[in-house]
Write a protein that binds this ligand. Structure first.
Ligand SMILES: O=C[C@H](O)[C@H](O)[C@H](O)COP(=O)(O)O
Length: 225
């Protein structure tokens, strides 16, 4: 099975967790795109739901598929949030933000009663840190934050688009990608990063997911913390 096939499979499976009348948070990224397409099919089949997306791109996609999608202020309490991850470690410690949506993702995930992670098996790791940790930063604070991150041993690299422009998040902030190497204590690192003024959010999602759906050669399995 290719990675794309695995993403499609897990997206389809995730859509089965959505029930009539639910308020659903839609994630961001290529795996979430598959989930949103599968959900669109169910909506076309008559499922009545309301949704909030964690990015402009997911919002647009959902709307184009006929999925009723509104904003978080309009629908602040969600039953379910379904989203991908860049790394999934034991205990369902996650790195997210490879697509630049970490801030809105964390907000929408926090508004939901249950967060289900969807991923293919290549995302499973023993320790977080192989994937560069995204940190969302207020523009004017960038040099300050880079200096403060260096003081805790992290080298932040400003994210650019394929065209070479600085990548802006949906909230108008910059992203620093930090090559961490193995993160021995994610909770401690999260607290250290959070304490830096000018950091808006980081891509460590700890103790947030209820369970993960992981697609691999053997189909889709559930992974619990
Ligand atoms: O900002 C993006 C998100 O955190 C994505 O959910 C994450 O990067 C995984 O994306 P993908 O499903 O494309 O691997």
């Amino acid at each position: 099975m290719t990675q794309d096939e695995a993403k499609k499979l897990v997206g389809l499976r995730a859509a089965e967790f959505v029930e009539e009348g639910m308020a659903v948070g839609l994630g961001t990224g290529t795996t979430s795109v598959q989930f949103i397409h599968a959900l669109g099919e169910r909506v076309r089949g008559g499922l009545k739901i309301s949704c909030v997306a964690s990015s402009e791109s997911s919002h647009k996609l959902a709307a184009s598929l006929g999925i009723p999608v509104t904003t978080l202020p309009e629908l602040p309490e969600l039953d379910l949030y379904i989203d991908g991850a860049d790394e999934v470690a034991p205990g369902l410690a996650l790195i997210k933000g490879g697509g630049g949506a970490l801030l809105r993702e964390k907000i929408v995930a926090s508004a939901a009663k249950k967060f289900i992670v969807v991923a293919d098996s290549t995302k499973i790791v023993e320790h977080l840190g192989r994937f560069p940790l995204p940190i969302e930063v207020i523009q004017m604070a960038m040099p300050l934050v880079v200096r403060k991150l260096a003081a805790i041993g992290l080298e932040g690299k400003l994210r650019h688009t394929k065209e070479g422009n600085i990548r802006m998040t949906d909230e108008g902030n910059y992203i620093l990608d930090c090559a961490c190497g193995e993160i021995p204590d994610p909770e401690r690192l999260a607290a250290q990063i959070r304490s830096i003024v000018g950091v808006v959010e980081h891509g460590l999602f700890l103790n947030m997911a209820a369970f993960a759906l992981i697609a691999g050669e053997d189909g889709v399995r559930e992974l619990h913390p």
